[in-house]
Design a binder for this molecule. Structure first.
Ligand code: PBG
Length: 328
């Protein structure tokens, strides 16, 4: 019988060694950033009900958590603060106080683990009594007035020893303002990991439980982006690049893989995907019910994000992934 003509793709899939020889994309524990929620008080270790396995930890529990992650191979952390309600005010002064939760957390971690990277999330929403990411007047979130407070926050985080500043507030001009503020204070060497492309997303729901940071009125749609928009993402990223960002974050991740790819193709900075709280909770819930294989679903999701163009992934699964990679 004459040989028929068609492609034999299965030649390269016939056994494990062949498959690993031709594998294109990898997830490494060095690619991961692990978020930690630092709570006010002492001996606090509250599991977040919508994020099983993730805790609000007081400062006395922080180093234990970092140690566990470092031993698994994680080298980068992003810190969020969960202050007492009665410590919140209109301008979020807890965000830039010398003894703020993040500032204390950064000092603790850097003292004990000088070699790890501590990233500071720079935003006001966890510290304002109205829960918005900027200054509010007559029900409006003011742009330029907010920048001053964000700069103070970034500088205080750099002073405490943060290795990277990650502004997540979505005010226009935050990269320009924070870059200038950091330079003026002598922190020219501290990179800015900008939440350049951040959508107004329902996937942040569990985070708002975790950080008690839900807006007390309205929503974030006048500053975070419309999920329907793709070209706008390019404009957001473009301006952050021009303003001097060193990394570009796309957030959320899983429902925005087209945006990750677009940003990766267009800009030559390291691209970070934020695999947000709701994405974590959905997988956890299904896994707890025994409906999916957690490890395989998580690893497939992570390799998908890297394939989409993410160089770095911020994920609540970081410790699990590092453990699974070690076991391999
Ligand atoms: C603060 C901030 C949020 C997240 C990270 N930084 C919440 C928000 O913008 O409402 C969400 C992270 C997550 O859902 O995991 N601005």
């Amino acid at each position: 019988m004459a040989e028929m003509e068609f492609s034999r793709h299965r030649r390269l899939r016939q056994n494990a060694a062949m498959r690993s020889l031709v594998r294109e994309t990898f997830v490494r524990s060095e690619d991961l950033i692990y978020p930690i929620f630092i709570a006010a008080g002492e001996n606090v270790r509250n599991e977040i009900h919508s994020m099983p396995g993730i805790y609000q930890l007081s400062l006395d529990h922080l180093l234990g958590e970092v140690k566990e992650a470092v031993e698994l191979g994680i080298q980068s952390f992003i810190l969020f603060g969960v202050p007492y309600e009665h410590d919140k005010d209109a301008c979020g002064s807890g965000a830039f106080s010398h003894d703020g939760l993040i500032q204390q957390g950064i000092r603790l971690v850097k003292e004990q683990y000088p070699e790890v990277l501590v990233i500071a999330d720079t935003c006001l929403c966890e510290y304002t009594d109205h829960g918005h990411c900027g200054i509010v007047k007559d029900g409006e979130i003011l742009n330029d007035e907010s920048l001053e407070y964000l700069v103070k926050t970034a500088v205080s985080q750099a002073e405490a020893g943060a290795d990277i500043i990650a502004p997540s507030n979505m005010m226009d001009g935050f990269v320009t303002a924070i870059r200038a503020g950091l330079n003026e204070a002598g922190y020219q060497h501290i990179p800015i990991m900008s939440y350049a492309v951040k959508y107004a997303s329902a996937f942040y729901g569990p985070f708002r439980d975790a950080a008690n940071g839900a807006p007390q009125f309205g929503d974030r749609k006048t500053y975070q982006m419309d999920p329907a928009n793709r070209l706008e993402a390019m404009r957001e990223a473009q301006s952050d690049v021009q303003e001097g960002a060193d990394f570009l974050i796309v957030k959320p991740a899983m429902a925005y893989m087209d945006i990750i790819r677009d940003v990766k193709n267009e800009f030559n900075l390291p691209i970070v995907a934020y695999n947000v709280s709701g994405e974590y909770s959905m997988i956890k819930a299904a896994a707890i019910n025994g409906w999916i294989n957690e490890k395989e679903i998580v690893m497939e999701s992570m390799v998908g994000l890297k394939r989409a163009g993410a160089d770095i992934i911020i994920t609540y699964f970081a410790k699990d992934i590092a453990r699974w990679l070690k076991e391999q």
